[in-house]
Design a binder for this molecule. Structure first.
Ligand code: FES
Length: 139
């Protein structure tokens, strides 16, 4: 009794499946990367933060702004990292997404999900024209 070779049709089927897998994985990786880049290009325009922005957390246009006790300003994108809803509410020391209830701390980290990733930090620069700041999405 010798070794039986698979039927040529099943070998063909096997190689087609293997080729589809080998070609499919890099294509999926490319597609995910493309989607990530497209999404990154859809970032909000710069946000003007007024010089008299309140201490603590506040929502200023498309940014979550945290003015610390020493006056330092930090800003995060108001786009929720779960499914991209625009966050429009703060409560005490937390930022709350209206869509599914994710909560974030003043440093952007997640308090509770469904979001698992922290809010995206924005670059903050002084705006000499207004005395306030400009927050821009980080590249
Ligand atoms: S989009 Fe914000 S919690 Fe789902």
């Amino acid at each position: 009794m010798g070794l039986e070779l698979p039927h040529p049709a099943s070998r063909r089927h096997f190689f087609r499946q293997a080729l589809a897998y080998v070609a499919g994985v890099p294509l999926a990786v490319l597609l995910v990367d493309m989607l990530r880049r497209v999404r990154a290009q859809q970032v909000a325009p710069p946000v003007a933060i007024p010089p008299d922005v309140a201490a603590g957390l506040s929502v200023v246009e498309g940014a979550i702004v945290h003015r610390e006790g020493d006056g330092a300003i930090r800003a995060y994108s108001a786009r929720c990292t779960h499914l991209g809803c625009r966050i429009d509410r703060v409560a005490g020391d937390e930022v709350i997404c209206p869509c599914h209830g994710s909560r974030f701390r003043a440093d952007g980290s997640v308090v509770n999900g469904p979001a698992t990733r922290p809010l995206e930090p924005m670059r903050v620069e002084r705006d000499p024209a207004t005395g306030g700041w400009i927050a821009r999405a980080s590249p």
